[in-house]
Design a protein. Structure first.
Length: 328
């Protein structure tokens, strides 16, 4: 063992890192570079090409993106789409079906109406009439894939914010592995994936934050190898009116922000895409139904509930099995 440790030292390996702004937030990459591997400048160019591609296809904050051009179409129209967008629509359909319609990719009219979307109005509770009108333009059932085209029978608008970052993480991870990089940590707007170990042989450790909007506090630290991690919460994007808190997480069935006491959910999954979508799904379902869903589907999930005296946490059995002996 000692010979192996010593031979690993001074062998020319280095730990590289870089990052930058993306999607209104930031991305960050760390990886262990062996001699002969691509340097950080070349890897960064490859990563940023992927992020630019995702932004060009899926951003709802630029009018020329593929999805915004589709969103601007009236009802009963189709548009040819990249295979990646069609794949994400299928993932959204799966999550919508499994949550009985609570999770939905077509909530952008609701986000805008309540003040959270790219075309946001004032942050306030909308009138019943305005809400009823917006709900007419929400529902995954209004979407249909026909060959390489995405079609809609109502004026729905697709929003990939609940899964696009996880998808980007998976694409970047695949690119790193294709370049021979076996030890890395990828983070895009908070969604991440970690594989292998750091240069010193220690695991990649991820802090799960306490859901507070005043400061960052680590609730738990976990070691990750080979998994994507996503946290969804109601504590960064919300407004208050008449003593009630309204977050940017919507139940598509009601057209309203969720009002339960589940403050955040972290999901660990081999695919960052699925971790991203499932963390949102569980947050929408709430503490009881979300916990039941996680147990039924063997999802590794970490729940944080808001109480009058602070925060209370719970974990699914799959989370406990995955992190047995690896948390602190």
């Amino acid at each position: 063992m000692l010979i192996g440790i010593l031979s690993g030292c001074g062998n020319g390996d280095t730990q590289e890192s870089f990052g930058g702004p993306i999607m209104g937030s930031r991305y960050a990459i760390q990886y262990v570079r062996h001699p002969g591997m691509s340097g950080p400048v070349e890897v960064q160019q490859q990563v940023e090409a992927i992020l630019a591609d995702v932004d060009r296809q899926m951003s709802t904050y630029r009018s020329d993106s593929d999805i915004e051009r589709f969103n601007n179409l009236p009802a009963n129209h189709c548009q040819a789409m990249p295979a990646s967008i069609l794949d994400l629509v299928r993932v959204g359909e799966q999550l919508s079906s499994q949550s009985e319609g609570a999770f939905d990719l077509t909530v952008e009219p609701l986000l805008n109406l309540w003040g959270f979307g790219p075309q946001a109005r004032e942050e306030k509770v909308p009138t019943a009439e305005a809400l009823a009108e917006a709900r007419q333009r929400v529902g995954h059932g209004h979407l249909r894939i026909d060959g390489d085209q995405l079609c809609k029978d109502a004026a729905v608008e697709v929003d990939f914010n609940s899964i696009a970052a996880g998808y980007a993480v998976d694409r970047i991870a695949a690119q790193l592995e294709a370049a021979g990089i076996q030890n890395y940590l990828v983070q895009v707007t908070g969604e991440l994936k970690a594989v292998g170990k750091k240069l010193d042989g220690s695991p990649w450790r991820i802090a799960l934050e306490e859901p507070r909007d005043d400061k960052q506090v680590a609730e738990r630290i976990i070691a990750i190898d080979g998994y994507g991690v996503s946290t969804s919460g109601d504590y960064r994007n919300y407004f208050e009116q008449d003593g009630r808190r309204y977050s940017h997480t919507f139940d598509a069935r009601t057209g309203r922000p969720v009002l339960h006491d589940l403050a955040s959910v972290t999901v660990i999954h081999p695919q960052a895409l699925m971790a991203d979508g499932l963390s949102t799904l569980l947050l929408i379902l709430g503490p009881e139904r979300g916990r039941d869903y996680a147990e039924k589907n063997q999802i590794a999930a970490f729940f944080v509930m808001r109480t009058d005296t602070g925060f209370v946490t719970s974990t699914s059995q799959a989370f406990d099995r995955l992190n047995s002996g690896k948390t602190q």
